[in-house]
Design a protein around this ligand. Sequence first.
Ligand SMILES: [Zn+2]
Length: 256
Amino acid sequence: MILVDTHNHLYSEEYMENLDSILKEAVEAGVGVIICVAEDLESSRATLSLAEKYENVYAAIGMHPWTAIHQYDELKEITSLIRDYADHIVAIGEVGLDKKYDSGEKGWMRQVEVFKQMIELALELDKPLNIHSRRAASDVLELLKVYRVKKAHFHWFTDSEDILREVVSMGYYVSFTPSITYSKRMMRMSKMVPVKQLLTETDGPVPFYGPLKGELTRPCHVKLVYEKLSEIHGYKLEDLANEIYRNFSKLYLDIG
Ligand SMILES: [Zn+2]
């Protein structure tokens, strides 16, 4: 049984000092796959080095919507990094759109422009997208439809149930975080996603409540997500883990 954390920011400062032991702890907890998702140029470079150094770490690089707003001038370099390292990455991410805070018309236009370029690259290089869609999932969906994107993964989906239904009907993957251990809404939404489209993540080091209150979120904590999902979907933990591993292989490794 191999557990997967499909969305983690391993290069974060919070992890720096203890990264070796954090990754060892993950392996001991059965976490055999960690997808490190970048946000900007610096973290994209860091992600590539981490994937090079650690066997269980897989790289997703790209330009986050917040970076699109604040560091738009990095776009060209990130784009060439993605092309140059296409054989070293399993996905383009973390990319997408975010409407949580108002970035103004200019900020929004930058987000859309950057996301479109990330989608075009994903199609060109035949890579999946690891997507951030906070309060903008319908806009994300719209673009995925326009571009006829097939390989997409909505990380920590928090939009409406109607949009989630549409995401599911398009065949996209959806991952859940440790918030599923205490958020009734997340529990309900996870039930709406068929097991064959489910993925698991921690979004570490992002902090959580519930059993992780006051703890640094680490890849080993993805086990909590598996436990809750297996309860919700009525699966044995091991069976669910095998299904999710298969989903990961299919989407990210193009196997199966
Ligand atoms: Zn993230």
